[in-house]
Design a protein around this ligand. Structure first.
Ligand SMILES: Nc1ncnc2c1ncn2[C@@H]1O[C@H](COP(=O)(O)OP(=O)(O)OP(=O)(O)O)[C@@H](O)[C@H]1O
Ligand SMILES: [Mg+2]
Length: 371
């Protein structure tokens, strides 16, 4: 075993996987040290779930290799399964069964005795705040409760390495914070975690290292701060209600940084580095001088969309030539919030919240407007 094999709880080298002519993974590398959290970040169709399914032995890769706790996920799949837990993108709980029954049955699948399985279920129900709902069928649980139950289920076997595929998608802000607390406590307990997400703030909160993938390739890796620094600090953003004035608005703020404008929504954004309030004043003066009316002029922290824009020069769900890539992925472009659960979406069609990346807010592809 090499040094990195021993140090890494998860090690991935040159992993590839295609579905027909869709190249879901085109050779990704990852190394997750023991007891740390890796945030695997990427837009819809990036290849996140495919990577998780390979690492959890549910899917065979075409090429490359992946080790979990030093064991090969293909050659040593049974040993890998003993050391991992998975809370997938579609919850794996049995809806007709109660929360307690779900956990007890999984305990039995892990070959615990009934008595031990029962005790383990009680512990987990308490830990995930599901005691009151323990004996109700899981189908009557709210989305957040089902997510908690699903995560509890993934912990029955006391895994060393835990995979969470979009653990907070579809949760309301409060449940999301609750889930973050749970995840943090797992990490404090020494669990190694790979979590996929579409939200930079989530990776920011939870991950030691972030790997950004797009179209099956790693396009960036580093800490949240390193990724954000690529955007160059805060972002100044405003909307121009009169679309015919967008070019004027872009010209008026071009001295601050390189503006990106969305012709359809009228949204203009500019990276301002560390010059927050000065940039704000300059923007107001510049826009006022050319009499462009704006709405919602504000400074905000960079989003994953900004990171994407900085890394690739195109918005998260857009190809290099500016065309939406959903066609290529066999998906209709549109708001995620309106998307019913697909094969790799939420099994219950719960709405995904729209605070992530992609064109959810803008509703149209960003186009760079040259002035
Ligand atoms: N079983 C499958 N058969 C055919 N194509 C698939 C299959 N699973 C995934 N794909 C395709 O592989 C690509 C990567 O999908 P994957 O589910 O890994 O993306 P993801 O990053 O998890 O996206 P999301 O954020 O929507 O969950 C997509 O183009 C998807 O359509
Ligand atoms: Mg997925």
């Amino acid at each position: 075993m090499t040094q990195s094999t021993m140090e890494s709880a998860i090690l991935v080298e040159g992993l590839t996987k295609s579905f027909g002519d869709v190249r879901a993974l085109r050779g990704i590398d990852l190394a997750v040290p023991h007891g740390t959290v890796l945030g695997l970040l990427g837009p819809n169709g990036a290849g996140k779930t495919t990577a998780v399914r390979i690492l959890t032995t549910l899917l065979q890769p075409d090429g490359g290799r992946a080790l979990v706790e030093g064991r090969d996920v293909v050659r040593d799949a049974a040993a890998v399964r003993r050391s991992i837990g998975l809370s997938g993108q579609s919850a794996a709980i049995q809806e007709e069964l109660t929360g307690r029954e779900n956990l007890e049955i999984i305990g039995r699948l892990y070959h615990l005795t009934w008595r031990v399985a029962r005790v383990r279920a009680i512990e987990l129900l308490a830990r995930f705040d599901l005691v009151d709902a323990a004996d109700r069928p899981a189908k009557n649980y709210s989305g957040g409760m089902q997510r908690r139950l699903d995560l509890a289920a993934s912990l029955v076997g006391d895994p060393k390495v835990l995979f969470l595929d979009e653990p907070t998608t579809g949760l309301d802000p409060r449940s999301r914070l609750g889930m973050w607390d749970i995840i943090r406590s797992l990490v404090e307990g020494g669990t190694t975690l790979l979590l996929t997400t579409q939200y930079l703030d989530e990776a920011d909160e939870l991950a030691d290292q972030i790997v950004v993938i797009d179209h099956g390739l790693v396009i960036a890796a580093g800490t949240a701060e390193e990724l954000k620094s690529r955007v160059g600090g805060d972002v100044l953003e405003f909307t121009v209600p009169d679309r015919s004035r967008i070019s004027d608005a872009v010209a008026a703020v071009a001295a601050i940084g390189e503006p990106h404008a969305d012709k359809e929504t009228g949204m203009v954004s500019v990276g301002v580095g560390g010059r927050g309030s000065d940039a704000l004043i300059d923007a107001v003066r510049g826009l006022d001088a050319v009499a462009v009316r704006t709405q919602g002029l504000a400074l905000r922290r960079p989003s994953l969309d900004d990171v994407f824009l900085a890394l690739t020069g195109h918005a998260a769900e857009e190809d290099e030539d500016g065309a939406a890539s959903d066609r290529q992925r066999g998906r209709r472009p549109g708001r995620r919030g309106a998307r019913p659960g697909g094969p790799d979406g939420d099994s219950r069609g719960r709405p995904r919240d729209g605070a992530g990346l992609g064109r959810d807010d803008a509703g149209a592809a960003s186009t760079r407007v040259t002035s």
